[in-house]
Design a protein around this ligand. Structure first.
Ligand code: FES
Length: 121
């Protein structure tokens, strides 16, 4: 009887952990990008895709200042149209008012199709 009573709190902790992990998994969204993307900068959905011979970097196009959508690249900088924040091609903020770098997303590539699966969340 006592051991059953002691098990209740640990079950509650386990249950909360599982619930939290399920929320995280359910919030993760996948965006599928085509396999045959050209090198260069692409603005797709809410993503900035920077592709070169060195690899692919994928960032959120949401400005870290107040959330405007970054939709242009000029002189190797991503420029926010709202207040002029600028970000380097590696996502680092180089001119404010933004103070945080662009969020970078992980991705994988489907071995059969070559499509790029971006994990957004
Ligand atoms: Fe981008 Fe303000 S929202 S600089």
């Amino acid at each position: 009887m006592i051991s059953a009573l002691l098990a209740i709190p640990s079950f509650a902790v386990w249950f909360e952990t599982v619930k939290t992990n399920l929320k995280i998994i359910s919030k993760t969204k996948k965006v599928i990008l085509p396999a045959n993307m050209n090198d260069g900068i692409s603005f797709i959905e809410n993503l900035i895709v920077e592709k070169s011979g060195k690899g692919i970097n994928i960032f959120s196009s949401t400005c870290t200042h107040l959330g405007c959508k970054i939709n242009q690249e000029k002189n190797n900088k991503f420029i926010c149209p709202c207040h002029g924040s600028q970000f380097a091609l590696n996502g680092e903020v180089i001119k404010g008012p933004a103070t945080k770098n662009l969020k970078q997303f992980n991705y994988s590539q489907d071995k059969k199709t070559g499509k790029i699966i971006v994990y957004v969340g």
